[in-house]
Design a protein around this ligand. Structure first.
Ligand code: BJW
Ligand code: ZN
Length: 242
């Protein structure tokens, strides 16, 4: 297997997707039929879906919370936490996952691009998002204690913009001039933007680009190296840090 070498003049940007948590027991998005109770996921994971039927959206996210709560990081997550410990500020993790497993594994230099499953916010007022592990399997829509508006999961749905601060942090890491850039994408189908465009952005900064995925991704051809396999098996042996 190819080895990804990181020396003291290299910085590493890692992008992860649902495949990284598959070995922890969390289903991927585009693996099965992409349906939930016969609805396309876009219907329950979009602002229109929430306006149309907030109760259905809360049933969906309650199921997801209950499913993800007992799951634990796998060797892929643990490898990435180890890289961060060794590289310090020469490491940044951008995850599309909302399950929080990277943090449990120990990563801190991290942005959650698509939000967090265990965080709730108000759809009406500007109160801060807050940690919330409650589930509402009967479809009760929780209401905001401060304004009475409907609460919603702190998730970036289709058509919603990603938090600018997170994109800025990725952008600043890409732009650094002090070190050589290596970009590694893991467990993502390369179908959802803007994350699917990071590989192109890395190449524009002369970065070396790697993909570790169980199947070819939509953007495989943009990577210099493609290692086909399961992240929990590949990652612990992939990177050598000098
Ligand atoms: C393994 C494995 C193992 C399995 N080991 N591998 C530019 C062009 C075209 C469209 C757009 C564009 N810019 C924006 C858009 C619109 C849209 C978009 O991208 N649409 C595309 C579908 C075409 N993007 C947005 O709306 C984003 N907003 C935005 O850009 O705002 C500005 C804007 C809006 C509109 C137009 C233009 C600009 C927001 C995107 C938010 C995505 N949210 C979701 C749902 C969250 C709901 C929830 O979690 O409940 O986030 S979508 C869903 O997909 C989820 C994921 O984070 C995301 C990515 O999926 P991921 O992680 O890649 O998972 P899978 O299942 O697809 O793939 C898993 C892979 O792992 C597979 O390849 C397996 O082989 C592999 N695998 N086991 C290694 N063990
Ligand atoms: Zn409110």
């Amino acid at each position: 297997m190819d080895t990804l070498r990181i020396d003291k003049d290299t910085r590493l940007l890692v992008l992860t997707g649902a495949g990284v948590s598959a070995e922890s027991g969390i289903p991927t998005f585009r693996g099965g039929n992409g349906l939930w109770e016969n609805h396309p996921v876009e219907q329950v994971a979009s602002p229109e879906g929430f306006r149309r039927d907030a109760s259905r959206v809360w049933r969906f996210y309650s199921q997801r919370r209950a499913g993800a709560a007992p799951c634990e990081p796998n060797p892929g997550h643990l490898a990435m936490a180890e890289w961060e410990r060794k590289l310090g500020d020469r490491f940044l993790l951008a995850t599309q996952n909302v399950d929080g497993l990277h943090r449990v594994a120990g990563n801190q230099r991290m942005v959650e691009l698509h939000g967090n499953l265990f965080t709730t916010r108000c759809s009406r007022c500007t109160r801060e998002p807050f940690e919330d592990r409650l589930a509402y399997p009967d479809g009760t829509v929780p209401l905001c204690g401060e304004c009475g508006g409907m609460l919603r999961p702190h998730i970036v749905w289709f058509g919603e913009v990603l938090d600018e601060r997170n994109l800025l942090r990725v952008g600043e890491f890409l732009e650094r001039k002090d070190t050589r850039l290596v970009f590694l994408a893991v467990g993502t189908s390369g179908a959802v933007y803007p994350a699917a465009g990071f590989v192109q952005a890395a190449r524009e900064r002369r970065g070396e680009t790697w993909l570790v995925n169980a199947d070819p991704a939509d953007n495989t051809l943009l990577f210099h190296h493609f290692v086909r396999g399961r992240s929990g098996e590949v990652l612990p042996a992939l990177v050598t840090i000098d």
